[in-house]
Design a protein around this ligand. Structure first.
Ligand code: 13P
Length: 251
């Protein structure tokens, strides 16, 4: 079970530190069955990562990763810092795909590099612009082109975040998410049908909070959630974690 908090660029470094400290107080040594991962902005990764030592159940990730090992790239996190402070990395978030024109090739390249340095990619896919006859065309195309470039034996996570559910307070219909989970698992299985390929955990993201989380976590094929707004205060994030730690939601 995965509970991921994407803080985006919503918090000052002081507020990131305070939030991390509050979570540390309440989480450390508890919730051993949940993979909790926090994604602060780059200025706070080191602080948050040092707070949660290796014994803690909380892991830390970057919101984007380096594109190449030998490329000089202004604006990128350095590879050594990335490998040192991050356990996970979010890649291909639809905000970056839309605002920065990130392509599946770039996302696949970043994923391969992350895997090389021991960082687990969380690859975000979405439902596209809704203009195709096959409503799942964009989703399948994103998945296939990324999976094609990643070693079948490597560990990573997929997060499905429908564009109109992000930051709107209106989550996707759980029935639709269940169908899409089936399509994602099937597409991934076909692309990676190699003996020894690990199971790929699938997360749902988009306006998740403590009130609606149950309807997503109870879905077949959904292994966790990627939370934006509701991860920005200790109270709301802890409410989610407490709900999830209820034995009936633990898969
Ligand atoms: P919200 O939970 O604020 O809708 O954000 C979702 C998201 O983009 C997480 O990556």
């Amino acid at each position: 079970m995965y509970i991921l908090g994407n803080w985006k660029n919503s918090l000052s470094s002081e507020d990131s530190k305070k939030l991390a400290e509050a979570l540390h107080t309440h989480i450390n040594g508890r919730y051993h069955d949940i993979n909790i991962v926090l994604f602060p902005d780059d200025t706070s990764i080191e602080t948050v990562s040092l707070l949660f030592d290796s014994a803690s159940m909380v892991k830390v990730g970057a919101q984007d990763g380096p594109l190449g090992s030998n490329t000089t790239l202004t604006g990128s996190i350095s590879l050594p810092n990335f490998g040192k402070f991050c356990d996970y990395v979010l890649l291909g978030h639809s905000e970056r795909r839309m605002l920065l024109g990130e392509t599946d090739e770039m996302i696949a390249q970043k994923a391969a590099l992350a895997i090389d340095v021991g960082v687990i990619p969380v690859i975000c896919v979405n439902n596209g612009d809704g203009t195709k006859i096959d409503p799942y065309f964009d989703l399948k195309a994103q998945l296939e082109s990324i999976l094609d470039h990643i070693d079948s034996k490597s560990e990573f996570v997929i997060a499905y975040e429908p564009i109109d559910a992000i930051g709107t307070g209106i989550p996707a219909d759980p029935e639709e998410v269940k169908n899409i989970a089936g399509i994602i698992h099937e597409t991934s299985f076909i692309s990676r049908n190699v003996k020894g390929s690990p199971y790929i955990p699938l997360l749902y993201g988009g306006s998740v909070n403590d009130k609606n989380i149950k309807s997503f976590l109870s879905l077949e094929g959904i292994d966790g959630v990627l939370v934006g707004n509701a991860s920005l205060t200790a109270d709301s994030f802890l409410r989610i974690i407490k709900k999830v730690s209820d034995p009936k939601y633990l898969k």
